[in-house]
Write a protein of this length. Structure first.
Length: 396
């Protein structure tokens, strides 16, 4: 009966094991559950309901929109997933039992554009439900509703939603300041990502999604891992001193928690797009942060197979050979996994400790560029020492 009620209200779209159906009163439990879920409230706007009355009103609006068929009316479905057939039933003969798992919608603007939204119940997250459901909704939008361009937006930092858009072929997101309203007690506008998908675009990722791998020494006390936005890493990054801030290459974050959070997000964004990979140099036993190392310039079309590396250490990481060992892990990974054949490095000409670490890691000094750096505080001019590691014999 639920299926008949859904079908009579509007279109049902289905693929193996999942379907999207117009909502009915039997879905109020799902809607209330989503409205009570902290993550759904924190990140999404697809189901802003808090009780059964609001859920029934949401269903009523959705069904009226399907009945009216105006070009600007929102198109809302409930996502259902197939459950295993009842015990004892003959395989292939029993109709599947459907369980509500989330919602998906798009909101046409009446001029060929539409904004998408979706929410998945906690019991069904991590299973590709949002990607499949949004794909079905986009099929309907492009084929049946004269939608030419779909728009996706999410708060900066909502990586799960961004990954859904990425899988379906949405463009590289632009970051827009103050795109979204505040949440909870914080009413200040939030920065957002904005991406689009044209109906003629291929339904495949439009950019790479590279992740920072964990690299560990064989039996050593050091490992490289991604920086995290948790309390421990935030506290470590807020303890960066002036010695680390004087490094050459990718710099540590500025002072303050907000600057640290922006820096951490930026490192993840750069990795996803394949521009650079930044590791936290961590103690293998305690997992405490000791410093940072970055492999960057990975997508320079004029320097195919070349990259640059930079690093800095927190006070707790100094005096234990951490940079030399981290350089070894990163260079081996760059050669074996990324096909890099030349890795460059730059340091202040006075930074003897960094020079020793690079030489021990197999780098060779190439040149010192005089007066190529200016101290921001005193205005003094200093030289930049350049090093390089070649993994193949030079043709010359």
């Amino acid at each position: 009966m639920a299926e008949d009620a859904a079908s009579s209200a509007g279109p049902v779209r289905q693929r193996e094991g999942l379907r999207i159906v117009p909502p009915h009163d039997g879905h109020t439990g799902l809607l209330v559950g989503l409205g009570a879920d902290e993550q759904a409230r924190r990140w999404g706007d697809a189901v802003p309901v808090r009780d059964a009355t609001a859920a029934r009103a949401w269903v009523g609006v959705a069904r009226e929109a399907w009945a009216g068929r105006q070009r600007w009316a929102p198109r809302r479905w409930v996502v259902e997933v197939a459950q295993e057939a009842a015990q004892g039933a003959t395989p292939g003969t029993a109709a599947p039992a459907w369980r509500p798992a989330g919602t998906v919608e798009y909101r046409p603007d009446g001029h060929g554009g539409a904004e998408v939204g979706y929410a998945v119940h906690p019991d069904h997250r991590g299973r590709g439900v949002a990607t499949q459901a949004l794909g079905l909704a986009l099929d309907h939008a492009f084929a049946e509703d004269e939608v030419v361009l779909a728009r996706w937006r999410a708060e900066v930092g909502h990586w799960a939603s961004r990954r859904v858009a990425w899988r379906l072929g949405f463009s590289v997101p632009a970051q827009v300041r103050g795109l979204l309203p505040g949440w909870g007690q914080d009413r200040a506008p939030r920065d957002g990502w904005w991406a689009t998908l044209h109906r003629d675009d291929p339904r495949e990722p439009a950019y790479p999604w590279r992740q920072v791998p964990v690299l560990a020494e064989q039996g050593g006390d050091l490992r490289l891992r991604p920086w995290r936005a948790d309390a421990d890493d935030t506290a470590a990054l807020m303890s960066v001193d002036d010695v680390a801030r004087q490094c050459v290459g990718p710099l540590p974050p500025g002072p303050g928690e907000e600057a640290v959070q922006a820096w951490t997000r930026g490192r993840l964004e750069s990795a996803v797009l394949g521009h650079s990979l930044t590791w936290c140099i961590a103690d293998a036993r305690s997992d405490a942060a000791l410093g940072s190392i970055c492999l960057f310039d990975l997508v320079d079309p004029c320097a195919h197979g070349c990259a640059e590396v930079g690093s800095w250490l927190l006070p707790a990481g100094r005096g234990r050979g951490a940079v030399t060992r981290a350089l070894g892990l990163v260079t081996r990974y760059a050669v074996a996994e990324l096909g890099v054949h030349r890795i460059a490095a730059r340091t202040d000409e006075r930074d003897a400790a960094s020079h020793r670490a690079l030489l021990r890691a197999g780098f060779r000094w190439t040149v010192t560029e005089p007066q190529s750096r200016v101290d921001e505080r005193g205005g003094e001019r200093h030289g930049t020492a350049r090093f390089a590691l070649l993994t193949e014999p030079s043709a010359g």
